[in-house]
Structure formats: C-alpha cells, structure tokens
Ligand binder design. Sequence first.
Ligand code: ADP
Length: 460
Amino acid sequence: MIKKLLVANRGEIAVRIIRACRELGIKTVAVYSRADKDALHVRLADESVCIGEAPARESYLKTERILCATIASGADAVHPGFGFLSENPKFANLCRKCNITFVGPDGDVIESMGDKSQARNTVAAAGVPVVPGTSEPVFDAEFGKQLADAFGYPVIIKASAGGGGKGMRIVRDQGDFIHLFETASTEAKNAFGDDSMYIEKYIEHARHIEFQILADNYGNVVHLGERDCSVQRRHQKMVEESPSVALDLRLRREMGEVAVRAARAAGYRNAGTIEFILDQNKNYYFIEMNTRIQVEHGVTELVTGLDLVKEQIRIASGERLSFSQEDIAIRGHAIECRINAECPERGFMPSPGKVLGLHLPGGNGVRIDTALTAGYTMPAMYDSLAAKVMTLGKDRGEAIAKMRGVLSEMVIDGIETNRQFQLELLSEADFVAGEIDTGFVEEFLKRRMEQEEETDGQEV
Ligand code: ADP
C-alpha cells in the first residue's frame, strides 16, 4: 500500500493528483521550483520540497533532485502527471531501482512506445491498423523523398521522439519535401535531441479519436470509450469530448477492442491512451500511444463515473481492476475546453501574468480543474494551460449549452485568455452539428481573417 506520494509536477494536474490522494488517505509531497513557491499545489500538499530554479530543466526535469526529495521525505511512490518526466523511461526505471512505486507503466514500455516509429511496428505486428508509412527510421531527406514519392502525396513527416506537435510537417507537393524534411528534422533535434524521422500518408479531413485504457498487473485490460479531440490548432488539442458523434456502437466496440489489443501488444500497465486517426470513410489507423494520464482525462471521468487518477494509484499499488469491460457504461456527453493564457488576436501569443480577479462558475454538470487563485501570478516559463473547463450534459446539445453558459460567465481578469475564442468556436454551426475534423480550427481562423479583410476593405 502507498502511504505517501510525491507529485513530480505542478499546476492543475499536481492539484488533481493531491486531491485524489487525499480521498485515498495517502499523504502528499509537492515539489516546486522557486517560481512556484506560492503555487496552489504547494499549499495543498502535506509537505513540500523546493527542487531548484524556475526553468524546468533546473527543477521539474531534474531526475536526481526529485528522487532525493522522494527519499528524504519518506515517500514510497511518485506520480509524474503529464509532461515533464512522465514519459521518461530512465526516471521510471530509477524509481523502481530505488524501491519507489512509479505510478505508470514500466520504463521499457515507456521507451518502446515513446519511439513512435517503433510503436507503429509493435502494434502493427498485433494486427492493429496503422497509417501507411515507413517502418524504419529515416534520417536522410533524399531517401525520405523516394519513399514519399512511392506513397503518394500528401504525406506527413514526423519525429520518432515527437510530442506536442513538434517536428511534424505536412507535405502536399513533392517539390517541398526536402526543405520540409530538413526543417522538421532540425526542429526534432532541437526539441528532443533526436532527429530520427518517419513518414506517413497524410489523411485529409481526419478526426482524432483516442481510447482510454486501464490495465492492471494481472493481465486485465479495459477501455473506457473514446474521446474526440479533433478540435486542434497546429496539431495541439483545444476541445475534447466524449463520446464522439462519429462512432456508432459497432465501431466503438471494434475500435475499443483494437485499442485493448494494442495495449496488450505493448505489455501495458496503468492508464494509457491509444490514439487513432479516423478518415471520412470510417477507416481508423493507430498513430501513437501516450503512456501517462492525459490532459483531457476528465471528460472520460465525467461519462464513466470513474476516477482515473485513483485507478492509476490503485493499479500501481498492485490492486486488481475492480470492474470488467461489461461493467463500464458511458452516460451522457462531456466536453472540455482548454483555457490557455494566450492572446488569439496576437497569434495565440502566451500571456501569463497576475490574475487580478477570478470567477469560476459552478452548477449542475460543471467541473473546472485549475491551479489559479485570485492574486496568483502565472509564471512565464511553463505551459500556458490556465484552466480545464468541463461540462456534462444528458446529450451533446446540453453539454454545449452548459459550456457556453460557463464560458460566458467565467471571469479571469488580469491575463489574456482564449475564453472568448473558445466561445466562438462552440457557436460555429459545424461544431454544433458535430461536423468537425482536425482542420476545423484552421478553417475557422481563415474564414475569420477573410471576413476581417472584407470589413477593412469596406471601411476604406
Ligand atoms: P504528437 O505526439 O506530436 O501530438 P501525433 O502523432 O499524436 O503527434 O499527431 C498529432 C496530430 O497530428 C493528430 O491529432 C492529427 O491531427 C495530426 N496527424 C498525425 N498523423 C496524421 C496523419 N497520418 N494524417 C493526418 N493527420 C495526422
């Protein structure tokens, strides 16, 4: 049994984990950088340890310091949250070596799924459909171009070590391949210290559909249905919902089974996500596995009534899943809007700063996960995610109506956010009709720019 858990993260996810531990009667230790000494996660934890200077590489990414803090505080487990060290196989292995329970899968599983090109091969060998593409890493632009020419355009160049949409380029025209490969590969080298690339057919007008998986240490693997994360900007999710309007019962069952098969093929344990691309003809293809809790896990919690963080901790403590696939029921419809400290009018430039006033609406079917408090200054060096606003309705229409109400009422004074932009997205006829694909936001932005240009023209 875990008695004391160190949360190797910050912001709303650290707060989320601390709350789950509290409910389970587990003591918590927060770690923080100097920029975070007054942060909510530090105030809520039973104990806290300063682990360094503000930049993440001097604190939240410092493996040894986090391990020292764990040992010194007498914690017997670490929850990595998402980002930072959550998908670092060395860290997971070191925890195990030090007899500390890592709330997540084994390091070798993180490693094999973290190499996205290798992950494709692993699941493909188990009969999981993958997007047509390369099976070996590609380092050379000319060689990559030969392969892409054979696949036919458009293609998408991706970094094997990729994440957060970095090191990715869509190539529509053969003549652009070399240049785009080189920029993607340089970006990958800078972001991940690894420039091994792979190439996939680019699926036009696709949806991003992902399945939540839970797997215990005894071979029990279940899925908790899907999330539709097609509302993205620059391959980054903005709005997520569950269930997806694109799936009927048959397709949900089939994709769910395939997702479970992929998790089994990976030897997976704990909570994870199998991501698919769904094309317009309802063909689905695996794109990657995320070996951690996701930002958007809350929408699954709302429709299943399960607590994923508590399940993660139970699994890591060696408990068996207390339910089987047949026990899982999806009720209602949940939506999440990511509220970021950024300015949509200025190219979504991050705009952290001091929160002068804060009003977080509540009400039936409303959940807001945030680490913001009035008077809190959001540091500039971390992620711009300010709040995750979630609503649960009896159906999609009700969830959208609630979300509109919440976003209209919510006040975050002092910093710029994308609240109004999200509200506009939710009012778009295509969104309301559920007709969305991964190009929806870019098309919306393009239309808005054209309209503005027209209005400007009229004024002249
Ligand atoms: P990351 O790990 O950087 O988030 P992913 O592989 O998960 O990268 O892809 C991010 C997004 O890029 C997807 O949600 C989707 O919108 C788009 N994408 C990735 N691969 C393809 C593909 N083969 N065809 C079409 N879109 C894709």
